[in-house]
Design a protein around this ligand. Structure first.
Ligand code: SAM
Length: 320
């Protein structure tokens, strides 16, 4: 089975969700009143890393990003970080930053040099209203510590019209003062936002965000790097970026593969087609590789040609 699709796409970048549990319950991620729980079938660190190693053997991964749920509350975190030392791929992390400070040394020892922190507000009340938990100051301290440790930090913000539109300027102000790239993730039609009025009410298009930041001077888009979901813009104060599934879709050269904490592969962030590779843990290596290659071939067919429209899957188990 070919592992390159008709658009020339192949999997080179793996997102590993360490746990489906999260200490936040952000409005864009889960419906009101819901909490994210760990999968009853969550793998321990050794088994999850065994699957990562098999995938790396087949795909020669360029990048491995840890995500969740919230990866920094995962019980398998230290075993995964230990296992990652064996891998030559670039290691990175996506986190809400609440527990960043206490894990920075272990992350560095595992070779993690890039951290994306999800942060939706500079106002503590707006922050709490959106995340339902956490403490803004603790997140900001975590970012400062990571920067001080020489890590490359980006801040990811999901703008929502009725919630944090007024936070766009303060977020850019704070980030640009520290040389941190702020990236806006356009609201995605996923999970509870797939259908219905909430998406239309909350969605803020990229062009409106560019306009909001015009008080910092004229902004210019930079050429998008191949396989990147984001496009960077520059203005006289610094850099900011967009991950815009609606305004500037990026599926055409997507090289991402997702592995959940319970051993399922997904070829697209908005796909609900789970490909279970747990059996690879009990098979002799040649059979395990054959199983994985078969699942990868199927996962590749789930990639979308231009943009994704979302299925009833939930980003929180797949990570961003
Ligand atoms: N807990 C980690 C964090 O907070 O970064 C990793 C998982 S979280 C699901 C990953 C990313 O998904 C976050 O940056 C979040 O902002 C984004 N996200 C979740 N649902 C979204 C939606 N409907 N539209 C846009 N972004 C979304």
């Amino acid at each position: 089975m070919s592992l390159i699709d008709p658009l020339g796409r192949r999997f080179r970048s793996l997102r590993v969700s360490l746990t489906s549990a999260c200490n936040y319950a952000c409005d864009y991620c889960v419906p009101a009143g819901s909490l994210l729980k760990p999968s009853p079938d969550a793998l321990d660190g050794a088994d999850l890393m065994r699957l990562v190693t098999l995938l790396d053997r087949v795909l020669d991964l360029k990048k491995i990003r840890l995500t969740g749920g919230e990866p920094l509350i995962a019980p398998n975190l230290s075993a995964v970080l230990e296992g990652l030392r064996e891998h030559s791929a670039e290691i990175s992390l996506t986190t809400n930053g609440q527990f960043l400070a206490r894990h920075i040394d272990a992350l560095q020892a595992a070779g993690c040099k890039r951290i994306n922190v999800s942060l939706d507000a500079m106002d503590p009340v707006v922050f709490k209203t959106m995340a339902k938990a956490g403490d803004l100051e603790t997140v900001l301290e975590g970012i400062e510590l990571a920067l001080g440790a020489g890590m490359k930090v980006k801040v990811n913000t999901v703008p929502m019209r009725t919630q944090n539109r007024d936070q766009v300027v303060p977020l850019f102000d704070w980030c640009s003062a520290r040389g941190v790239e702020l990236r806006f993730i356009e609201l995605m039609r996923m999970g509870h936002l797939q259908n219905g009025a909430a998406f239309d009410q909350e969605f803020i298009p990229q062009a409106e965000l560019v306009d909001l930041l015009s008080e910092f001077g004229p902004a210019e888009p930079q050429p998008r790097e191949a396989n990147s979901t984001s496009q960077t813009w520059t203005n006289p104060r610094g850099r900011f970026g967009f991950i815009s599934n609606e305004s500037a879709p990026f599926c055409g050269d997507c090289d991402r593969l997702r592995l959940t904490s319970d051993g399922k592969l997904y070829g697209c962030i908005s796909s609900s087609h789970a490909l279970d590779i747990r059996d690879a843990l009990t098979l002799p290596e040649p059979d395990a590789i054959a199983l994985i290659m078969d699942c990868l071939g199927q996962a590749l067919k789930d990639k979308q040609p231009v943009r994704f429209s979302g299925e009833q899957t939930i980003m929180q188990i797949l990570g961003g």
